[in-house]
Ligand binder design. Structure first.
Ligand SMILES: [Cu+2]
Length: 158
């Protein structure tokens, strides 16, 4: 592994690594990504909640800044759901005015990222939260009526 470039490793082994780990995630479990250790967790989406591992629906989630994070998302509900990471919800435009993983900027032009899952869909999402973004954030689903129905949870970046 040491003689492979990081890019080569990601291209040839990354997908297999994700697949291997996907079925065995529990909340805040360490996982190996090459020589790097990260944090893995599973978040289930349903009507109208997010649930980490075996936790309570919409309970606060804590994630570390500056570390590789792998989130396994599973839509166990009967409707399509999505997950946004941010704060200051705009319930007309249906996004966060400040996105955890987007860049700074004017309202509506800051960029954001969301994952959309149809019923039964699952996905593995990998990211690093910048150390400048420690603090209180939120995850939410902005499908019509879902945020209003309670599908959001506090996200604490430490
Ligand atoms: Cu939803």
């Amino acid at each position: 592994m040491k003689d492979m470039s990081r890019r080569t490793f990601l291209r040839t082994s990354g997908v297999a690594t994700v697949g291997l780990l996907a079925g065995s995630f529990v909340a805040s479990r360490a996982f190996a990504h090459g020589d790097e250790e990260g944090v893995g967790l599973q978040i289930a989406l349903g009507e109208l909640y997010f649930r980490v591992g075996d936790g309570e629906p919409n309970a606060p989630i804590e994630l570390p800044a500056g570390k590789r994070i792998m989130v396994r998302l599973v839509n166990e509900g009967a409707a399509a759901h999505e997950i946004h990471f941010g704060r200051d919800a705009d319930l007309e435009e249906r996004f966060y005015r400040e996105d955890l993983l987007g860049t700074e900027g004017e309202h509506g032009a800051h960029g954001f990222m969301a994952v959309v899952l149809q019923p039964g869909d699952s996905s593995s999402l990998m990211f690093v939260i910048p150390e400048t973004k420690r603090g209180e954030w939120e995850i939410a689903c902005f499908m019509p009526g879902h945020y209003e129905g309670g599908q959001h949870a506090p996200l604490i970046v430490t």
